[in-house]
Design a protein around this ligand. Structure first.
Ligand code: NAD
Length: 291
């Protein structure tokens, strides 16, 4: 298929490379020139603009930081709605607020475009290994049409509901991930302050009921205070905003999410916005005066 791919960052670049390896013709664009050149070097086409990337596409995938970028790429003068052909499938895989996904789907339908929200979980490792979990919102026919493409990128592709539902599931995912990071950080601080080797302690946790993917993938780097991203605190701060906003709209109280959102905000205020979200540990460490 002809695929236009917009947003070639930490996630988008490896995802686009899998689509090329699967035999698709991928035209990629990013506002940063380096990843666009790199896509050209591995068999994709380096597009000069969003319009250039999407004009001949049957499928357009966007993987952008936040809703403002998605709005710009979708609604801009040279954007997807203006330049893609009617019938094109627009799959937005960014994590954004559900109401923007709904607005893009409505505006896209008026232009004859089929739109899905399909945010992902699994992080940079999942993107590189093509093992992402993908939660898809949209109509059953459009999800069926997108499935062969999405299954190149992930193993667990689930149609969770109508437009915007993918983003609500992603918000639920992000509150759990931030909460687990907060608790793993507290376990490390407790073990260290008690004179117990945190590596041995967390090895035990990882084999029992407290086991989690975060413990599996991140316990060694957290203990070593290595916070190279991965998934940046800035992005998780954005996601906790989406969580609390969605909770307000749904008229529910999420007290633990509210607390964890403040810890993520503190990590950002302490200068860790560009670090991996496991740097939430630095806030817990500072609260105990153990820097
Ligand atoms: P990133 O910042 O590395 O990549 C985003 C890319 O979009 C950048 O290269 C940026 O230059 C580009 N961009 C911004 N505005 C643009 C525009 N107008 N036109 C073209 N390109 C533009 O971010 P990422 O880590 O790849 O995350 C992308 C999305 O995926 C975010 O919504 C994030 O929340 C979500 N996500 C990330 C991870 C992760 O582990 N990194 C995991 C799951 C979901």
């Amino acid at each position: 298929m002809n695929i236009g791919f917009v947003g070639l960052g930490i996630m988008g670049s490896p995802m686009a490379s899998h689509l090329i390896a699967a035999g698709h013709r991928v035209a990629g664009f990013d506002v940063q020139p380096a990843p666009v050149r790199q896509l050209g070097a591995i068999g994709g086409r380096a597009a000069a603009s969003v319009g250039d990337a999407v004009a001949d596409a049957e499928v357009v995938i966007t993987m952008l930081p936040d809703h403002t970028h998605v709005e710009q790429v979708a609604f801009g003068e040279d954007g997807v709605l203006a330049r893609a052909k009617p019938g094109t499938l627009l799959i937005d895989m960014s994590t954004i607020r559900p109401e923007t996904s709904v607005a893009v789907a409505r505006a896209g339908a008026e232009r004859g475009l089929r739109v899905l929200d399909a945010p992902v979980s699994g992080g940079e490792v999942g993107a590189k290994q093509a093992t992402l979990s993908i939660m898809v919102g949209g109509t059953p026919d459009d999800v069926a049409a997108a499935r062969p493409i999405l299954e190149v990128l992930g193993q667990n592709v689930v149609h969770v509901g109508d437009h915007g539902a993918g983003q609500v599931v992603k918000a639920a995912n992000q509150l759990v991930v931030a909460g687990v990071y907060g608790l793993v950080g507290e376990a490390i601080v407790l073990l260290e302050a008690s004179g117990v080797d945190p590596a041995k302690g967390l090895d035990v946790l990882a084999g029992g009921l407290a086991a989690s993917r975060i413990l599996d993938l991140k316990r060694a780097s957290m203990i070593a205070r290595e916070f190279q991203p991965g998934f940046r605190i800035d992005l998780h701060h954005k996601d906790m905003g989406i969580v609390l906003d969605a909770a307000r709209r749904a008229n529910v109280a999420l007290p633990l999410s509210g607390l964890v959102a403040q810890l993520v905000a503190a990590a950002r205020a302490m200068g860790h916005g560009g670090d991996d979200h496991s740097a939430l540990l630095t806030v817990t460490t500072a609260l105990s005066g153990r820097e």
